[in-house]
Design a protein around this ligand. Structure first.
Ligand code: NAP
Length: 485
C-alpha cells in the first residue's frame, strides 16, 4: 500500500515565525528510499534566504536571552508532550523520507523528545559562581550567558534526534538559531520546527532553511560574523571544511563527526549478551549510525560460536519498506550509499573474507541491502578504516588483549568503542585505554540524553547531552567587583 505524507506536512522555509517559499520560488525533491519515488518538494533556499534567516535569529537574540528561564522550560516541555501526542504521524513522515522501520522511527522520536525534556530541566539550572579574590579587595561573579545566534547543521540518519540534541540546549540556554537539515530528510525537521511554533516559541528564535546547495547557503552565514557558534553533526570531511570556515571569525564549534567503532568480544564474555549487543550496535538504523559497530573483533576460541549465533539472528531479519508490518530492516538512504556498501564488501572478499549471510545487492525498486555477516575480514580491508554505514557485520579474530587494543585504536576516529567481558579488571583496563569519547562496556547502545555524547580525535569536538551539553551554548563571563574588605 502506498503511504501518503500526513496532511499539513510543512514544506517551506520557516523564517521569523512565518512559513514561506524560497525567494526565487525554487523547490527540490524529497525521495522515498524504499521506492525511489518522489514524495514531495520542499523550498530550495538560496544564499539570500539563508541571510534572511540569520538576520531574524540575530534580531530575536536579545529578547530571547532576556526571556525567563521558566518560560523556556515550558516551551520545551510543551514541545516534548506534542512530540509524543503526534508520534504516529511523525514516525510515518520519518519512515517515508529516511527509510527506517516505523518502530525505529518511533524510537527515534521518543529519544528526540527526551532531549527536550532534559534541556527543559537544564533551562532552570543555569548557574554561575561567586568568589572572593585570593588577595582580598575584590569579588568575582561568574555569570553564564547565551553564546548568541547559532548555526545548526544536521545529517539525514537521525533526522529528528540530531535536531533536538542541538535545539534543546540552544533554546534552554537562550540562543536563537538557524537550523539546516540534510536535503535528503528535511521533512522531520520542518515538522519539529512547526511544533515549536505551535507551542509558542517567539518569532525568529528558530529559523529553518532547506536547500540543495548547503555549502553555498551556509558558508556566507558562517563567514558573516553574525552567528557566534556552529554546531554540526555529519561526516568528518565536511566537519573539517566547516572548522576552517569558522576559524575566520573565531566561531565556537561543536563537531559530532564520523565514527569507526570497534566492538571487542573476549572469550570470557557472556556470549548471549555479546551477540545481542553486537546485533544492536550493528543493526540500529540499518547500520546507518555514527555509533554502528564497524569492526567486530572476536577472540579466536569463541569465534565459531559467536559467528554462528550472529549469522542466525541476521539472516532471520525481514527486509522491506519500513512502513510494512513485520519489517526489521528498511532501505539505505540512496543508491550511492548502497554502492559504497557493495564496494566495501567486494574489497573485503577480494582480500580473503568469507560471506556467512547476505553480501549481494537486492534486486528491484528501493535501495535495499541485505543483513550481511562476513568472517575473517583482514584488518587492512577498507572497512577496517572507512565507515560502512550499512547492515554489514565484519568479523575479525584476535588472540590477545594487547593485539586487539592496538588494532582498535589504529584509526583517526574516536567516537565509541564496545567491549564485552565478564572480567571487571580487563573491562575497566580496556575502557580506559580505548581512544574514544564513549565506551559501551557489556552494552551495545550508548546513546542517552542524560550522558555526554561525543568523540575525540577526528570524531569531533564538544559533547551533546549530559550535564555538559548546555555548556556548549553558554559563555562564561567574569565580573570583577572592587570591595573594600
Ligand atoms: P554530511 O554529508 O557531512 O552532511 C551532514 C550535513 O552537512 C547535512 O545537512 C549536509 O547537507 C550538510 N553539508 C554538507 N556539505 C556541507 C557544506 N559544504 N557546508 C555546509 N553544510 C554541508 O554527512 P551525512 O552523510 O549527512 O551524515 C552521515 C555522517 O554523519 C556520518 O559520517 C556519521 O558518522 C555522521 N554522524 C555523526 C554523529 C555524531 O553524533 N558523531 C551522529 C550522526 C551522524 P546536504 O546533505 O543537504 O548537503
Amino acid at each position: 500500500m502506498a503511504h501518503q505524507l500526513p496532511a499539513g506536512t510543512p514544506t517551506g522555509l520557516f523564517i521569523d515565525g512565518q512559513w514561506g517559499p524560497a525567494s526565487n520560488q525554487a523547490q527540490f525533491e524529497v525521495v522515498n528510499p524504499a521506492t525511489g519515488q518522489v514524495l514531495t518538494q520542499v523550498a530550495d533556499a538560496d544564499p539570500s534566504d539563508g541571510r534572511r534567516a540569520l538576520d531574524a535569529a540575530v534580531a530575536a537574540q536579545p529578547a530571547f536571552a532576556a526571556l525567563a528561564p521558566k518560560r523556556r522550560h515550558e516551551i520545551l516541555m510543551d514541545a516534548f508532550n506534542l512530540l509524543h501526542e503526534r508520534i504516529d504521524d511523525l514516525a510515518l513522515l520519518m519512515t517515508l523520507e529516511m527509510g527506517k522501520p516505523l518502530a525505529e522511527a518511533k524510537g527515534e522520536i521518543t529519544y528526540a523528545a527526551e532531549f527536550f525534556r532534559h534541556s527543559a530541566g537544564d533551562a532552570l539550572r543555569i548557574s554561575g559562581g561567586y568568589q572572593r579574590a585570593p588577595q582580598g579587595g575584590a569579588r568575582f561573579i561568574i555569570a553564564k550567558q547565551p553564546v548568541g545566534p547559532c548555526l545548526l547543521i544536521t545529517p539525514w540518519n537521525f533526522p529528528m534526534a540530531m535536531g533536538t540534541r542541538k535545539l534543546g540546549p540552544a533554546i534552554a540556554a537562550g540562543c536563537t538559531s538557524v537550523i539546516k537539515p540534510a536535503a535528503q530528510t528535511p521533512l522531520s525537521m520542518l515538522a519539529l520546527v512547526d511544533i515549536l511554533r505551535e507551542v509558542g516559541l517567539p518569532d525568529g528564535v528558530v529559523n529553518t532553511v532547506t536547500t540543495s546547495d548547503s555549502g553555498g547557503v551556509m558558508e556566507p552565514l558562517i563567514r558573516s560574523g553574525l552567528a557566534r557558534k556552529l554546531s554540526f553533526t555529519g561526516s568528518t570531511p565536511v566537519g573539517k571544511k566547516l572548522l576552517e570556515q569558522c576559524a575566520d571569525k573565531v566561531m565556537r564549534t561543536s563537531m559530532e563527526l564520523g565514527g569507526n567503532a570497534p566492538f571487542i568480544v573476549f572469550d570470557d564474555a557472556d556470549l548471549d549478551s555479546a551477540v545481542e549487543g553486537a546485533f544492536l550496535a550493528k543493526m540500529r538504523n540499518m547500520g546507518e549510525a555514527c555509533t554502528a559497530a564497524n569492526r567486530i573483533y572476536v577472540q579466536r576460541g569463541i569465534m565459531t560460536d559467536f559467528a554462528t549465533r550472529l549469522t542466525e539472528k541476521m539472516s532471520g531479519l525481514t527486509v522491506g519498506p519500513g512502513t510494512d508490518d513485520g519489517v526489521n530492516v528498511g532501505p539505505l538512504i540512496d543508491q550511492a550509499a548502497r554502492d559504497k556498501v557493495s564496494e566495501l564488501v567486494s574489497d573485503a572478499l577480494e582480500r580473503g573474507a568469507t560471506v556467512l549471510t547476505g553480501g549481494q545487492q537486492s534486486e528491484g525498486e528501493g535501495y535495499f541491502y541485505p543483513p550481511t555477516v562476513l568472517s575473517d575480514v583482514p584488518v587492512d580491508s577498507r572497512m577496517g578504516s572507512e565507515e560502512i554505514f550499512g547492515p554489514v557485520a565484519p568479523l575479525t579474530p584476535f588472540d590477545t588483549e594487547e593485539e586487539v587494543l592496538a588494532a582498535a585504536n589504529n584509526t583517526p576516529y574516536g567516537l565509541v568503542s564496545y567491549v564485552y567481558t565478564t572480567n571487571l579488571d580487563r573491562g575497566l583496563r580496556m575502557a580506559e585505554a580505548l581512544e574514544s569519547g564513549m565506551v559501551g562496556l557489556n552494552q551495545g547502545v550508548v546513546s542517552n540524553p542524560a550522558a555526554p555524547f561525543g568523540g575525540i580525535k577526528e570524531s569531533g569536538l564538544g559533547r551533546e547531552g549530559g550535564t555538559v551539553g548546555i555548556e556548549e551554548f553558554l559563555e562564561t563571563k567574569y565580573i570583577g567587583i572592587a570591595v573594600a574588605d
